[in-house]
Design a protein around this ligand. Structure first.
Ligand code: ZN
Length: 181
C-alpha cells in the first residue's frame, strides 16, 4: 500500500513537472535549435521573447521571430518547441516575403484576389505545421504542436475571425496523420 502511494506521488510529481511552463533555460535551448535550423536552410533567423500578457508568436520579414512572454510562461518546453518550429517553417519558406510579393504585384496591377490570398496564407500555415512536425520527428526532440494549438486557439471560432488560418481541427488532423495516430 505504502509502495503504491509512493509510486502515485512520484508519478504525480513527474507529471506535474512535465506540465510546467518552460524555464528560461529550456526555451533558450529551443530558440538555439531553431536558429541553427534556419542556418541550415540558408535563411538566417533571430528569435526573441517579447514582454506581453497575451499569447502569440509571429514571424516577420527577414526571419525575425518573436514569441510573447505570456506564451513562454504558459507552455511547457515541448509546446514552445512546436510553436517555435512552426514559426521557423514560416521563416525557412519565406512566407512573409512571398505574401508581400503577391500583395505588391497584384495591388499594382489591380488583380488582388482576397480569397486566393487567404487560401495562400492558410496553405502556408499548414506547410509550417508540417515543417514543425517533421522537424520534431527527425531531430527526436519532444515537440507538442497539437498541445500548443489547443492552448492557443479555440478550435472553431478562431477560423471565423481569422480567414488567414485553417481551423485548429484541420491543423490537428494533419499533424496526427503525419504522426500516424
Ligand atoms: Zn503560422
Amino acid at each position: 500500500m505504502i509502495k503504491k502511494i509512493i509510486t502515485c506521488m512520484v508519478t504525480c510529481i513527474l507529471t506535474c513537472t512535465l506540465a510546467q511552463a518552460a524555464t528560461v533555460k529550456e526555451y533558450t535551448q529551443v530558440f538555439k535549435e531553431a536558429t541553427a535550423v534556419c542556418k541550415v536552410y540558408k535563411h538566417p533567423c533571430t528569435i526573441e521573447a517579447i514582454q506581453d500578457d497575451k499569447m502569440w508568436a509571429i514571424t516577420m520579414a527577414q526571419g525575425k521571430i518573436q514569441v510573447s512572454t505570456k506564451l513562454l510562461e504558459t507552455m511547457n518546453q515541448a509546446q514552445v518547441r512546436g510553436v517555435v518550429y512552426h514559426e521557423t517553417g514560416h521563416a525557412v519558406f519565406q512566407h512573409v516575403e512571398k505574401s508581400a510579393e503577391y500583395m505588391y504585384e497584384t495591388m499594382l496591377n489591380g488583380t488582388f484576389d482576397k480569397n486566393y490570398y487567404n487560401e495562400f496564407r492558410r496553405q502556408n500555415e499548414l506547410q509550417a505545421d508540417r515543417f514543425a512536425t517533421y522537424l520534431g520527428l527527425f531531430t527526436f526532440k519532444d515537440t507538442d504542436l497539437i498541445g500548443a494549438l489547443i492552448i492557443l486557439t479555440p478550435p472553431d471560432d478562431f477560423y471565423k475571425t481569422h480567414p488567414s488560418h485553417p481551423s485548429t481541427n484541420d491543423r490537428i488532423e494533419q499533424i496526427e496523420q503525419i504522426l500516424g495516430r
